[in-house]
Design a protein around this ligand. Structure first.
Ligand code: FES
Ligand SMILES: [Fe+2]
Length: 401
């Protein structure tokens, strides 16, 4: 992000902090409790996510040709590779034989040998080894290679007669993106719009990745996303943790189509009143949170690029959050790496033990039917924006009024 823009955001944040207020939406907003509990809405939410470009990781997870990583997205296991020409490819991580996963974890490998009967694929997805070849005809292999969705709409990637099902994949703005439907087009530039350059400018997708932590929780996926959409709760839920460094109920809010950006000022920001603007170091005084439609949260600080990929699971009251973090620090130094991991552990434990644990009880209440709606305040513009964007995408009326 340009310094001038950062300074401008800092001015706005400082003014809000000084005035003990926050950016406000024009009105309050109400959302039906059933949007977190109904099976119909759950199915529409899943379809919405399936139809949207999916950010699945940092480009630094595939640092060089021969690198690979695996990702799970709404129960789908996906293998991503960087091939000899440097391009990124993605495949359903499903063996043509009896559907074992052919790869796990991440690392460097040009070939993937299925752990079950040793069918072997290269990193462009082609089947290059098949022990007991006489047991399988070319026609049967070609039939197995047909993607499940192939009958529904034409694929945008070439279907191999003898290989893993390829999914549209691209690296963009420092992140790895896939389309979960082989027939979907993947136009991430159009998806991100004016945010693309800004996200790219942070470089967080090129910072050193620190691994993945998974939370499988009895909460609707939107309830998980909601916890990242306001800092009104900091003073209560995070009294002993985040609230010791960041202000509560104080947010700069900007919308970018279906996405938005929040600036959470740190407590130190008030000291800038006594410092000339030329000497401001904006990043010492704020956390930047991006909400990417429909299910991604990015949190950027001077030393961390956190990524939360939040997915609906098998029922409305269950979701999977995949939490990743990257750092610009030099993690080849063991003590630096240990310190970065400790920060990641702390951030993860806070989300797990403070936010998610609390909203488990919201889910129970929502499912009880005791009240028919939730109220979002004017001081929760990010929350309102997320729900409006989802409602618009689903063709539903945004609010109860
Ligand atoms: S399932 Fe992969 S080789 Fe049999
Ligand atoms: Fe929180």
């Amino acid at each position: 992000m340009e310094r001038e823009q950062l300074i401008d955001l800092t001015r706005r944040a400082l003014k809000l902090a000084r005035d003990r207020t926050t950016d406000l939406a024009p009105a309050e907003h109400r959302v039906e409790a059933t949007s977190y509990t109904s099976a119909g809405r759950h199915d529409r939410d899943r379809a919405m996510i399936l139809a949207s470009p999916q950010l699945v990781g940092y480009v630094s997870e595939l640092p060089a040709p021969g690198a690979y990583c695996t990702k799970t997205v709404m129960g789908r296991s996906i293998l991503l590779t960087r091939t000899a020409d440097g391009s990124v490819k993605a495949f359903d991580n499903v063996c043509l034989h009896r559907q074992s996963q052919v790869a796990t974890g991440c690392g460097s490998a040009k070939r993937f040998t299925c752990p079950y009967h040793a069918w072997t694929y290269d990193n462009t997805g082609r089947l290059v080894g098949l022990p007991g070849r006489e047991g399988f005809s070319g026609a049967a292999i070609a039939r197995a290679a047909k993607p499940a969705e192939a009958g529904r709409r034409p694929t945008t990637v070439t279907v191999k007669a003898d290989g893993l099902t390829e999914l549209p994949a691209v690296e963009f703005a420092g992140f790895l993106w896939v389309a979960l439907d082989p027939g979907a087009s993947l136009d991430v530039a159009a998806h991100l719009g004016p945010l693309a350059d800004e996200l790219d400018s942070w470089g967080i997708g090129r910072w050193a990745p620190l691994g993945e932590k998974v939370l499988d929780c009895p909460i609707n996926w939107k309830l998980a996303v909601d916890t990242f959409s306001e800092n009104y709760h900091f003073a209560t839920v995070h009294q002993q943790t985040f609230a010791t460094i960041a202000r509560s109920n104080c947010t700069v809010f900007d919308a970018f189509g279906p996405h938005h950006r929040l600036i959470f000022p740190l407590n130190t920001i008030l000291a800038l009143d006594d410092v000339p603007e030329e000497q401001w170091d904006p990043f010492q005084n704020m956390v930047v949170i991006y909400a990417l439609f429909p299910n991604i949260v990015l949190s950027v600080t001077i030393a961390n690029g956190e990524l939360f990929r939040i997915y609906p699971a098998d029922r409305p009251g269950r979701s999977i959050t995949v939490h990743q973090n990257s750092t610009p620090l030099d993690v080849s130094d063991e003590s630096v790496a240990a310190g970065a991991q400790a920060v990641f552990d702390y951030a993860h434990a806070t989300v797990r033990d403070e936010d998610y644990r609390l909203v488990e009880r919201l889910q129970t209440n929502l499912e009880s039917g005791a009240r028919d709606h939730l109220l979002f305040g004017r001081n929760e513009p990010g929350l309102q924006h997320r729900h409006n964007a989802w409602a618009r995408a689903l063709g539903e009326s945004a609010a109860l009024g």
